[in-house]
Write a protein that binds this ligand. Sequence first.
Ligand SMILES: Nc1ncnc2c1ncn2[C@@H]1O[C@H](COP(=O)(O)OP(=O)(O)OP(=O)(O)O)[C@@H](O)[C@H]1O
Length: 637
Amino acid sequence: MEPVNSIGIIPTSEQMRKEIRASHERSRKYRISADRRNENQERLSAAELEARCAAQQDLLEVVISHIDEFYGLLSPDDFIIAFADSDGYILKVDGGSTVKELFAEGNCAVGYRWTERDVGTSAISLCLAMRFPVQLNEEDHYCRQAHGFTSSAAPIFGKNKELAGVLVVSGTSRLVHSHTLIMITMAARSVEKQMRLLRRNREMSLYTGFLNRVIESAETGLLTLDTDKRIWKTNRKGKIILKQNDLEGKPVSVLRGLDLDLREIHRNPEAWKEREVRLQVDNREVHCYYSAKPVVSESDELLGAVMVFEEFNDLRKLADRISGTEPIFTFDLLVGRSKAFREAVELGVRAAGSSSTVLLLGETGTGKELFAQAIHKGGRRAGQSFVPLNCGAIPGELLESELFGYVDGAFTGASRKGRPGKFELADGGTILLDEIGDMPHDMQVKLLRVLQTGEVQRIGAQRVIHTNARVIAATHVDLYQQVALNRFRKDLFYRLNIIEIIIPPLRERGGEDIELLARHFVSRYGPENRISPDAMALMKEYHWPGNVRELENCVQRAIHLSNDGEILASHLGISAARDARRTVDTGTIREMERKLIGNTMSRNEGNMAKSSRDLGISRATLYRKVKEYGMDCEDFR
Ligand SMILES: Nc1ncnc2c1ncn2[C@@H]1O[C@H](COP(=O)(O)OP(=O)(O)OP(=O)(O)O)[C@@H](O)[C@H]1O
């Protein structure tokens, strides 16, 4: 059935006549009786009617409000006005009771279906079929019963031009007027418009609701401001960070310390990224990083600003996780059963239960950093930051900024924005000052002051920051001797040496620990390998100057070399004959270290890579030590 007109547009009378003729023909073909009411006309049960009305509730509500308005223009005693849905079922009929009864006699009542197959040509059925407004008078209706009437019907379209239903007005034919068709068509358009608005409002509120939920569920604090710098909204996380629930409507100045210049933010948003601030809220300090962005209209008019902020502690934890500095070792992960080692572990467990300063002493590679991690993880600061700093690896001039941080533009070369120091980062947690024995004298003084006052001052800053970091210091250097030689401050030594833990060198832990550790590293790095009895015997005999680290490297290398899964003595790269024990006499740790390095270097003819491997220390550390002991690589070649 090709429509003669575009859908929704009122057709010319010629088009109309043509369509009516075609509809009459179809009615005959459907065997509709013009004289009798169709006994088989489809009708909804009460439950079906209720379900249909519920499914189209919005549309029906809008239609009903239009029907009421329409009656302001017509006489309800002369006309009925009805709505049929897109399947032709009448869902609403209104009018004076007499005229309604009259139409009900012809099944023009709620629940009946009014398609051409049900009733032949009628205003509703033709409008449904052709999808444009129609007006039928007298014999234009197929059924004789309707010949004394005039009916005008207009389609209502919904989303995507889908037919949503038909609005129809009918009365006795003496009241026929061509404007009635225009009126009902305009009413149908008005229903469509109101439905569009309703849909848009619903989409908007869905969208706003969605946006609100996104903002609320963000794990970053958000705060929006209007142009008067009043707080318009804060999200859930923002309220948690600021510990404030009723900021909305207040001036942003209630967050003391935050100096937002909206015009500047608008002019130069880049300059307002990742700023650090210590907000004063209700006499509490909230340490945050924030970025502020302007909110502008399409014409770039400033509407306000949004501030995105995160608490310093949360950022720090995230950074620890990403950078892998999160401690992993606990005491039960430390391998070793020897008495000397267990005693050190026991002391460590006790130290974990207190927050006193700990001094870890032991040769390189004995596991000092592991002990520090286990002490941190075993205590009540376990959930907080563990911040290690190798005081020996950082040049003196940089050490201060590493330890204490600096403020914006504190010195040339510093990044424009300030940076917190390790003490600040470790606030509430633990700072490990590794290689403390190598700390330059002037830094020792500064460190002592921090330990005494619990306060740090960033380089270039006026204010001091209170820090509550637990200090663990570690060194392979004989600190007692260093103090005696005035190379290490006595007062600092006593401040650090509250709980002293000496971690024994591997050679003093005995064969059982060597075997346990060797098997532990095999299972970690190459579980399909086994250690031959000869290899195990050699490992137990060897002196292990680089301690557990050397053993670990040695096992890794052997796994790499063994091709049939068996680690042989020849894969270990050590020999009892080359054992440094034979060339090292007794003396201080430092003296022994100097001799050991000298012997290893001469055995390897000055080859630094090989010597550092043998010693189980990094090449950089070996260079540093060679320099420190005033040696020259050339002497060994
Ligand atoms: N008891 C242990 N159980 C398991 N692994 C250990 C143990 N002790 C040390 N290790 C291993 O030895 C390596 C060296 O340990 P760690 O870095 O703690 O030594 P260190 O004494 O701090 O050395 P340095 O003085 O050179 O900094 C670690 O990577 C670890 O794998």
